[in-house]
Design a protein around this ligand. Structure first.
Ligand SMILES: *Cc1c(COP(=O)(O)O)cnc(C)c1O
Length: 389
């Protein structure tokens, strides 16, 4: 056997025996509220299309208009020739939504985080990062070669301790998700801002799950009136906003610097016109429907109450992302299959995505659910509870 063949077998076996082997499910089409899974129609609570924008007629038309005006590709990176009129409109609209001077769109949220962190931090810097931050933040920090200090999730005492320990380092950055992907809880941005001020730390917030939902769609920083205190506001167009691409909003001089230093921006082709057209349509939709996020959050609060009344552990969630913490890996998979048999698709999340012993179902509620869908989901959980008792 060649080394490559040996390596393939060994890698595959280690992933499989560790229960970490993944495959792309047979779903058509995954962003919709009702999807076909292995040929069956089920209610989809596993997508991040929180506002149901991805399938709307206006969004599809905006994507098509982008194609008709500019073709199918941007043809180059932004700094070369890849830019076009819609791009500037999208960045202006995002800056306005986030109450910032300027905005830079990246190829994805992943690329935005990697670009933002590597542009700011380097050898000799230290980056403070919540232990439950998204993988793209972790990858950005590793790539930046900065010292990586992970503080315990939402633990301000631990963070204060870490800040004191690193007080002699001048270049300090802090980055946090505003709404956490796997628990649906919120960062204590007020306390973080106070600590960053005290210790002269540059602060960035990742609003991937809050944009379009929290704070009339502007995100948690704006909801708390902290848009000026936080230096960089990152988000994605691929979740609530129904399109694709990531962005960073900040002061003009910060954005100008990112254009020069963020390698994931400089060395990657600009997004195609269809994606930018749909993104602009999504941002405008959120600006025109500031109450939709609140409506979804209220629906989620009622649904958490219902799950808790059945005895399920919904963790610290305060948003549309609701974990149902089962703990045991095998039992979590069994619960997922049980819900599926009742026609409800949720994600089963296990280590290493979440800590050992905290395996869970992850529900992403959506604004386009009608009472009939909610009723069906409730029935599915009642049945699950009976089967588990
Ligand atoms: C999804 C996500 C990203 C990455 O965004 P993409 O546009 O999917 O690349 C970054 N941060 C957080 C918190 C996310 O949930």
């Amino acid at each position: 056997m060649s080394f490559f063949d040996e390596w393939l077998v060994a890698k595959r076996n280690s992933l499989k025996t560790g229960g970490r082997w993944r495959e792309i499910p047979d779903i058509d089409h995954g962003a919709d509220l009702i999807v076909s899974l292995n040929g069956r129609q089920v209610i989809n609570l596993a997508s991040n299309n929180y506002l149901g924008l991805a399938g709307q007629e206006a969004m599809k038309e905006a994507a098509m208009q982008g194609v008709m005006a500019y073709g199918t590709s941007s043809g180059a990176s932004r700094l070369v020739t890849g830019t076009f009129g819609l791009y500037n409109q999208l960045e202006s609209a995002l800056a306005e939504l986030k109450k910032q001077e300027a905005c830079l769109v990246f190829g994805s949220g992943y690329a935005a985080n990697v670009g933002l962190v590597t542009a700011l931090a380097g050898r000799g810097s230290v980056v403070f990062s919540d232990r439950l931050n998204h993988a793209s933040i972790v990858d950005g920090i590793v790539l930046s070669r900065a010292r990586h200090v992970r503080y315990r999730h939402n633990d301000m005492d631990h963070l204060a301790y870490c800040l004191k320990k690193n007080r002699d380092i001048r270049e300090k950055f802090l980055i946090t998700d505003s709404v956490f992907s796997m628990d649906g809880d919120r960062a204590d941005l007020g306390a973080l801002v106070a600590l960053c001020r005290e210790h002269d730390v540059i602060m960035a917030v990742d609003e991937a799950h809050a944009t379009g939902i929290v704070g009339q769609g502007r995100g948690l920083a704006c909801e708390l009136g902290l848009e000026r205190e936080i230096h960089l506001h990152m988000g994605t167009l691929s979740k609530g906003l129904g399109s694709y691409g990531g962005f960073v909003c900040a002061r003009q001089e910060v954005v100008d610097l990112l254009k020069n230093l963020a390698r994931s921006f400089v060395f990657s082709t600009a997004l195609p016109p269809s994606v930018i057209g749909a993104g602009l349509c999504g941002v405008r939709w959120v600006q025109d429907h500031p109450q939709e996020g609140d409506r979804l959050l209220e629906l989620a609060a009622r649904f958490r109450g219902f799950l808790a009344s059945l005895g399920f552990d919904v963790g610290p969630s305060t948003t549309q992302i609701i974990p149902v913490i089962i703990r045991d890996n095998a039992k979590t998979l069994w619960a997922r299959d049980h819900l599926l048999a009742s026609g409800v698709l949720v994600a089963a999340i296990r280590p290493p995505t979440v800590p050992q012993g905290t395996s869970r179902l992850r529900l992403a509620l959506r604004a386009d659910m009608l009472p009939e869908h909610l009723a069906k989901v409730r029935t599915a959980f009642v049945r699950l509870q009976e089967a588990m008792a």
